[in-house]
Design a protein around this ligand. Structure first.
Ligand SMILES: [Zn+2]
Length: 246
């Protein structure tokens, strides 16, 4: 038997009244389980097997297959369903987790970061794209793939100002080295450097920084170079027309 906190990443109907669910557990990584009878009227497992549901799950193992026995729901992030923009970004967060979380992976930091990001989408007033950028950067850091933003990917020298950005070289390239990557502002460079080192709760401080939309584009370019996802899942990026020059 497994008792663990978990977040529902994916669910699909199975036979008449059952669902298969994919859970993200901070202690066990990805867990796939069947929830028997959860689509019957008044089943206590119906809500526990909805997307975004977070709670303490009790799972039983029979012949190597897991089933959901019960769940104490802690948070269902209900307001996500009320706004298209929020739902799009939150669904993307689940897709990212589905892509990176493997069975047996212990990753409490990534788990807690995901819950905090979903809480920002549900109850906060920050732009969705800002929360998504911060989550992308934390996720990359949690899996050991954060972009390198403080030294040059060619000559290795430290970078303290504007630079070029080349995801294929892992991050920044200094302005003295030949590179084809786009030129980036010092402010955006510092956001990519700092966000993964800063607690997720303080991302609201980023909203006043004029460079955050630029940083969001860089973060997306970087994650697209690292993870293969269906093009339809990428949520919209902020408009750069007002902030291009910085
Ligand atoms: Zn260089």
């Amino acid at each position: 038997m497994i008792i663990t906190d978990a977040l529902v990443l994916h669910r699909t109907a199975y036979r008449d009244n059952d669902r298969m669910v994919t859970l993200f557990s901070p202690d066990h990584g990805r867990l796939d389980a069947i929830a028997r009878g959860c689509l019957k009227a008044r089943s206590p497992l119906t809500n526990a097997t909805e997307l975004f549901c977070a709670g303490e799950y009790e799972l039983h193992e029979t012949h190597g297959r897991l089933s959901v026995a019960q769940c104490r729901i802690q948070e269902s992030f209900f307001p996500l369903r009320e706004q298209y923009e929020r739902l799009t970004h939150a669904s993307y967060l689940l897709r990212l987790l589905l892509t990176v979380v493997q069975p047996g992976d212990e990753n409490r930091r990534l788990f807690l970061t995901a819950l905090r990001a979903l809480a920002f989408f549900s109850y906060g007033n920050l732009p969705e794209a800002l929360v998504t950028m911060a989550f992308e950067l934390h996720l990359l850091s949690c899996i050991g793939q954060a972009p390198r933003m403080d030294s040059c990917g060619r000559c290795g020298k430290p970078i303290e100002g504007p630079a070029r950005f080349d995801p294929s070289r892992g991050g920044t390239i200094c302005l003295n080295c030949p590179a084809s990557g786009r030129r980036i502002s010092n402010g955006a460079r510092r956001i990519l450097l700092r966000v993964p080192q800063t607690r997720f709760e303080v991302i609201d401080k980023l909203e006043d920084r004029p460079e955050w939309p630029e940083a969001a584009h860089l973060s997306r370019a970087f994650i697209q170079s690292r993870l293969e996802l269906h093009p339809s899942v990428w949520p919209e990026l902020p408009d750069l027309s007002q902030t291009e020059q910085s």
